[in-house]
Design a protein around this ligand. Structure first.
Ligand code: FES
Length: 273
């Protein structure tokens, strides 16, 4: 059992939890994920390692209450325990050798983008962080992102924070103003990551994205997380979750992400009733 040692509400739909998992905390690196099962009746869901503390032996996860499992998880509080918590899974992001990087997060994706920015910042890279949200009320991790970047730009779709626009608008402006990025990292909804990749292709800037498809075993055996990258089948759980965004078949990934939409909606509805 894995005890929850911190629970923090980030906004109406997002929550941060720190969980006691010393063996995972000892090895975790930016870009990796864990798979958890809340209780013996629960399904397995992957969540990215948002942070880790090797001394305290804790792993931080951030989840959005979007379905039955995350609603079940949200019922737990400090002192309660999660039944299964496995990891670190997936490959760590390769961040060595970059000098100037734009790290882009879209909504909940900022929870995954933040550890990437932190790792790059700790390695001495210059980091511009661009974080996009629908409106100012759902902005998360602003202080944390500020602390690990040389420049943080926050955009909102509705302009409620005074900076209306999409992350791609801010990225294009930075590039045209002369930011000489040797890497862009984009993490968020598939349509956002596709838009960033279309933009960076124009400028021939290497772009990494983090894929978060449906996962079951997390060890490359079930095939649930398969994607097409560069014309080849890849498994996000063992080959990723990071991939060269210019090689990913986004149309297929978006279609597959909707496969269980109705079943997920039904399970959430039943859980709420
Ligand atoms: Fe089963 Fe990746 S989760 S192959």
């Amino acid at each position: 059992m894995f005890t929850i040692v911190e629970k923090r509400i980030l906004n109406d739909s997002m929550t941060l939890m720190a969980v006691e998992a010393p063996y995972i905390a000892k090895k975790a690196k930016a870009g990796q994920f864990i798979i958890l099962r809340v209780n013996e009746f629960g399904e397995r869901i992957p969540l990215t390692v948002a942070d880790y503390d090797r001394e305290k032996g804790t792993i931080t996860i951030i989840y959005q209450k979007v379905g039955k499992t995350t609603l079940m998880l949200d019922q737990l509080n400090v002192g309660d325990a999660i039944l299964d918590f496995i990891g670190p899974l997936g490959k760590a992001t390769e961040l060595e050798g970059y000098k100037k990087v734009a790290v882009i997060g879209g909504g909940a994706g900022c929870a995954i983008a933040y550890p990437q920015a932190k790792a790059l910042h700790n390695m001495g890279a210059k980091v511009d962080m661009i974080a996009g949200f629908r409106n100012k009320d759902i902005i998360i991790l602003e202080d944390e992102m500020k602390a690990v970047s040389d420049h943080l730009i926050l955009t909102t779709d509705d302009g409620s924070n005074g900076n209306k626009g999409f992350v791609t608008d801010a990225l294009r402006k930075n590039i045209e103003d002369g930011a000489n990025y040797d890497l862009v990292i984009a993490i968020g909804p598939l349509v956002m990551m596709r838009a960033v990749c279309n933009l960076t292709k124009e400028y021939h800037i290497k772009t990494l994205i983090s894929m978060n498809p449906i996962m079951i075993d997390g060890t490359g055996m079930c095939g649930g997380c398969r994607l097409t990258v560069g014309g080849k089948t890849k498994f996000a759980c063992v080959d990723g979750p990071d991939f060269d965004g210019h090689e990913v078949d986004f149309d297929e990934a978006i279609k597959r992400s909707r496969t269980y939409f109705d079943a997920e909606k039904e399970a959430t509805h039943e859980y709420n009733c």
